[in-house]
Design a protein around this ligand. Structure first.
Ligand code: MG
Length: 250
C-alpha cells in the first residue's frame, strides 16, 4: 500500500514538474522567409527544435489533400473544398511558395524526423471528412508517419473518424464546448482548447489530468499568457512564436 502511494506521489509530482512542450502554430511562420502552412514553416519549426509543428488540411473538390488555413484564400475566390488541387496550387503564399499538397508536406516531414506532425483536419461536411480521414490515414501509413502524427480537429465527427480508423492514435478535440469527462468518454487523448476557454474553465486542466487526458492550449503568443499556461501545468502550448516560448522555458 505504501509503495502504491509513493508511486502515485512520484507520478503526480513528475507531472507537475514537466515543462510544456512547444508546438508551432501553422508551422513557424513568423520566422524570416516563412509563411503560414508553407513548407518553409515546417522546416523552421524543425530547425528551432519544436516538439511539434501544426498544419491545416483540406480535401479538395477533386479529392486531393492540401495544406492551408483558410477555406477561401484571401484575395481570391478559390475555395479549398470545391476547387481542384491544380487550381489551388496556383495560389502563391506571401513567401513565394505555392500552397503545398499534403503529400509534399509529408515527404518533407519524412526527411526531418525530430518534429512531430500535428495534423488538423479542417471542418467539412461529415461525408467529406470521412473520405479525408481515410485518405490521410492511408498516406501516413504508407509513408511510415503514423506514429509521429497527432490528430486535431474542431469537428467531433473528424476526431471520431480518426479514432475509428486508429485505435492507438493521439487525437485531441479543439472546440472547447465539452468538459474533459465527455472527451474521455469519446476515447480521445486530450483537450486542445483556446486560452479563452481555459481561462473560463481552469478547473478543466486538473480534471483532464485526473482522467489521464492531456492538455494543449492555443494560440498563446503573449509572454504573460505563456507564463500562465506554464503555471497551469499544461502539457503543450501552441504558439506563433515558438522561440519566444522556448526562451521563457529555458
Ligand atoms: Mg490549425
Amino acid at each position: 500500500m505504501k509503495n502504491w502511494f509513493l508511486a502515485l506521489a512520484l507520478f503526480v509530482t513528475a507531472g507537475a514538474w514537466a515543462q510544456p512542450k512547444v508546438i508551432a502554430h501553422r508551422g513557424y511562420w513568423t520566422a524570416e522567409g516563412s509563411a503560414q502552412n508553407s513548407l518553409t514553416s515546417w522546416s523552421e519549426a524543425d530547425r528551432v527544435g519544436c516538439h511539434g509543428s501544426e498544419f491545416d488540411v483540406w480535401i479538395t473538390g477533386d479529392n486531393r489533400l492540401v495544406v492551408n488555413h483558410d477555406r477561401v484564400q484571401k484575395g481570391t475566390d478559390i475555395d479549398m473544398t470545391t476547387a481542384t488541387a491544380r487550381e489551388i496550387r496556383k495560389i502563391i503564399l506571401p513567401n513565394g511558395e505555392p500552397i503545398p499538397t499534403l503529400d509534399a508536406y509529408l515527404r518533407l516531414a519524412q526527411s526531418t524526423p525530430a518534429t512531430r506532425l500535428i495534423l488538423e483536419l479542417k471542418t467539412h461536411p461529415f461525408v467529406r471528412e470521412d473520405v479525408a480521414v481515410k485518405k490521410i490515414v492511408r498516406r501516413l501509413r504508407r509513408l511510415g508517419l503514423l506514429e509521429r502524427t497527432d490528430f486535431i480537429s474542431f469537428s467531433l465527427n473528424a476526431c471520431l473518424a480518426f479514432r475509428k480508423a486508429l485505435p492507438e492514435a493521439r487525437i485531441y478535440y479543439l472546440t472547447g464546448d465539452i468538459a474533459p469527462k465527455a472527451v474521455k468518454n469519446l476515447l480521445l487523448t486530450g483537450i486542445d482548447y483556446s486560452m479563452a476557454t481555459l481561462r473560463q474553465h481552469p478547473e478543466w486542466i486538473a480534471e483532464a489530468h485526473q482522467l489521464g487526458l492531456e492538455v494543449n492550449v492555443w494560440t498563446v503568443n503573449r509572454e504573460e499568457d505563456m507564463r500562465q499556461c506554464i503555471a497551469w501545468g499544461v502539457d503543450y502550448i501552441t504558439t506563433d512564436y515558438p522561440e519566444r516560448l522556448q526562451a521563457l522555458l529555458r
